[in-house]
Ligand binder design. Sequence first.
Ligand code: COA
Length: 249
Amino acid sequence: MKFFSTLRKDIRVVFERDPAAKSVWEVVLCYPGLHAIWAHRLSHALYKRGWVLLPRLISEAARFLTGIEIHPGATIGEGLFIDHGTGIVIGETAELGRNVTLYQGVTLGGTGKETGKRHPTIGDNVVVASGAKVLGSFTVGSHAKIGAGAVVLKPVPAYATVVGVPGRVVVMHGQRVHNTEDMRRIMEAHLVEPDDQMSEIEDELDVDLDHATLPDPDEEMHACMMKQIQALEKKVNALEQQLRQKEDK
Ligand SMILES: CC(C)(COP(=O)(O)OP(=O)(O)OC[C@H]1O[C@@H](n2cnc3c(N)ncnc32)[C@H](O)[C@@H]1OP(=O)(O)O)[C@@H](O)C(=O)NCCC(=O)NCCS
């Protein structure tokens, strides 16, 4: 029966991707990620049939029990593995491919500026590490890795590793990326047509990889305070002078 084979596959996925998993009963009873996925299957099936309140109630109950919030509208491919899970949020129009791995604290959300499709599309075999935020209706290419704590706001090419805030590509196909030229070379070597998303990625890369000239808010604040101190010193000196002149008279 498909239902049982799907359950078996869900459990197998945990053993494949979590070395800490020891027994089937432990996985079935102690993996909130698994419980959240099972609850989402039910809520999504009802959502697709046009139900509104019951799927939301199921998703809310699952959030209460697991700490993982998956909107019933989110489309999730087989082989999803959610490790730990606390604090994960997956938005209504998010789409996840096959064999995606998500760690605790991940948000697959919107920026608040878009309507309609406003959450990301995640390709096959993507890993989104703990605390990463992927915000917007763009695509994260298959086999990409999103580093812990990254905030990703632009499309991510396949086989890329993205880290930092805002997210920038640092590795592609296992090779270090320092600029758009590196990226183009690697894409060409792997016979990937640099598509029209490349221009957006280029904009981001050209800015973000140039760490040396990024504005330093601490330095700016320091310079601003120095200016104010100098202005105050001038005022105090002028007042002292006026006081002395009055005393002399
Ligand atoms: C991004 C990640 C998946 C590694 O991907 P990778 O393709 O193997 O990349 P590398 O490890 O070769 O790192 C490439 C560069 O990015 C840097 N980097 C890696 N992860 C980073 C992160 N989260 N934030 C900032 N920089 C990071 C590395 O220091 C390296 O830079 P360097 O060569 O100048 O030292 C991994 O570092 C990560 O974030 N893992 C977290 C997994 C997780 O959430 N675990 C929680 C379990 S409870």
